[in-house]
Design a protein around this ligand. Structure first.
Ligand code: PHE
Length: 509
């Protein structure tokens, strides 16, 4: 830039003058755009003391498009006057002759250049009152055009401005003068120090471009994490801190067997209804099931065992084979526990998962047909309800939720079951934050887990804490085609534990 023709031109002119140059005048002299001169001034300024430049803003008056027309063709009132012949003309003909006839007519009337005779038989007629007129408006605009706006009084200018014939334009130009290190021959500054310059020592004599510390960096082209992913990362972090291992959840499609039967949920349970569950048409059935285990599940449902009466109904394999979109991540927990039971000897385990589930729900501001569940599972010898409450307290404390209450509840696969409530400071009431329980022996023993091993588990949704955290009231603003990408871009990092008033979470069902 500093060695551009415009910069060179500027320096050559500057060499010839004593005082300085105006950037706008220079632009006119060089026949270039003013912006080009401004650019050259800035790049020369960046070189240090070559030039001095002082920003000056000057104002001047310019004609508007209508002003330019009047400058060429006369004011509307003058044109109206000239269109009236000495013998007069019917008033109705006037507007058709001139585009701005209306304005011109009233101005010409108030100037007493024309008059209207209403006594004529064929309607009102317009006559000239004077023989000739001085077009003062045109004369003033011509003065402005020829750069003599200062010859007009303040009042006259503002009058023309009011008629939208003149506008005041502010020009930002530079007054440029020689700097203490003025020179017309400027060598290009180095932008980078390279190994060659170091080895041959030329860096000593080369001029280097100075750093521009206020320059904005280039915005990296990158995607942005959705708030759900940010909150998920935090939950994952909490589980990992507590020593939990993530379960595989990479199958949205599940068989009824793992989603319901393995969980000791009877086949006629209303949750298996089409109204709550999305079943698959193709492939409709799951062919791969661990048949030994399936037989044990069939037995516990239809005849009972391990001291349980079972449900006493005719359990059908066809029903268990039906594929569906998993309705909860507890299906993944069942698979993980079955896998654990196959490993002998038994070793205690802590598992978690955070992934998507599907329910055939009526959609509203807080419900979609798909959402995410967070689930924790602990399997060990002799775990009790007390352990469950202790783990829940630790988990929720890490989220910043300390006031907890437990309420007895029912799940087909846990006994006892508890809903977890937390006191919401904002809403000033207890809100449900999760569901939990001890998995039933009817679920665990057919898997092959030892008799004295019990499993505690809990679940909650990911959407609820995310909506509270990011202040989103309608779930459609968080998930789906109405999501504003700017919201995703703007959403800050999520820190759950490090904040006061951190999010309250909700039930999963
Ligand atoms: N699966 C339950 C639900 O979808 C949550 C839950 C998980 C409950 C584990 C108890 C134990 O609501």
């Amino acid at each position: 830039m500093a060695d551009s023709p415009v910069a060179q031109g500027l320096l050559r002119r500057l060499e010839l003058v004593d005082g300085g140059l105006d950037s706008a005048e220079l632009a006119a002299e060089l026949g270039v755009d003013h912006q080009a001169v401004v650019g050259a001034v800035k790049s020369l300024q960046a070189l240090g003391e070559i030039i001095d430049a002082e920003l000056r803003s000057t104002k001047h008056w310019e004609l508007t498009a209508e002003g330019q027309e009047i400058d060429r063709e006369g004011s509307h009132e003058a044109r109206v006057f000239h269109s009236v012949p000495p013998e007069g003309l019917p008033q109705t003909l006037l507007p058709q002759r001139l585009p701005s006839g209306k304005v011109g007519f009233s101005k010409a009337m108030s100037n007493k250049w024309i008059r209207v005779d209403k006594s004529a038989a064929d309607g009102p007629r317009v006559f000239r009152v004077v023989d000739s007129v001085e077009d003062e408006v045109q004369r003033r605009l011509q003065l402005v055009r020829s750069g003599q706006a200062e010859k007009l009084g303040e009042k006259e200018r503002s009058e023309l401005k009011k008629r939208k014939l003149l506008t005041e334009v502010t020009l930002k130009n530079y007054w440029v003068s020689k700097g203490s290190a003025f020179s017309t021959s400027i060598s290009k500054q180095e932008a980078e120090l390279n190994p060659e310059m170091i080895s041959n020592g030329s860096w000593r004599d080369r001029p280097f471009k100075s750093y521009n510390f206020s320059a904005h960096g280039i915005l990296p082209d990158s995607g942005h994490l959705h708030p759900l992913l940010k909150v998920r990362t935090q939950f994952r972090q909490i589980f990992l801190e507590m020593g939990f291992t993530e379960m595989p959840t990479d199958n949205f499609i599940e068989s009824s067997f793992w989603n319901f039967d393995a969980l000791f949920q009877p086949q006629q349970h209303p949750a298996r209804d089409q109204h709550d569950t999305f079943f698959l048409k193709d492939p409709a059935d799951s062919l791969q099931l661990p048949m030994d285990y399936v037989r044990r599940v069939k037995r516990i449902h239809s005849h009972g065992g391990y001291g349980s009466q079972g449900y006493k109904y005719n359990w059908k394999l066809d029903e268990a084979r039906k594929n569906l979109l998993r309705t909860h991540t507890t299906a993944a927990s069942a698979r993980a526990l079955y896998r654990l039971a196959q490993k002998k000897p038994f070793t205690p385990a802590k598992y978690f998962s955070i992934d998507r589930v599907f329910r055939n729900e009526t959609l509203d501001a807080t419900h979609l047909a798909e959402f995410h569940q967070i689930e924790g599972v602990v399997a060990d010898h002799g775990l009790t309800l007390g352990h469950l409450m202790g783990v829940l307290r630790e988990f929720f404390t890490k989220l910043g939720i300390t006031q907890l209450r437990f309420k007895p509840a029912y799940n087909p696969y846990t006994e006892p079951s508890m809903e977890v409530f937390s006191y919401h400071q904002g809403l000033k009431k207890w809100v449900e934050v999760g569901n939990s329980g001890l998995f039933r022996p009817e679920m665990l023993l057919p898997m092959g887990l030892p008799e004295n091993v019990s499993v505690i588990a809990w679940g909650l949704s990911l959407e609820r804490p995310t909506m509270i955290k990011y202040n989103i009231n309608n779930i459609r603003e968080l998930v789906g085609h109405k999501v504003n990408l700017q919201m995703v871009y703007n959403s800050p990092l999520c820190r759950l534990d490090a904040e006061r008033g951190s999010p309250q979470t909700q039930e999963t069902t």
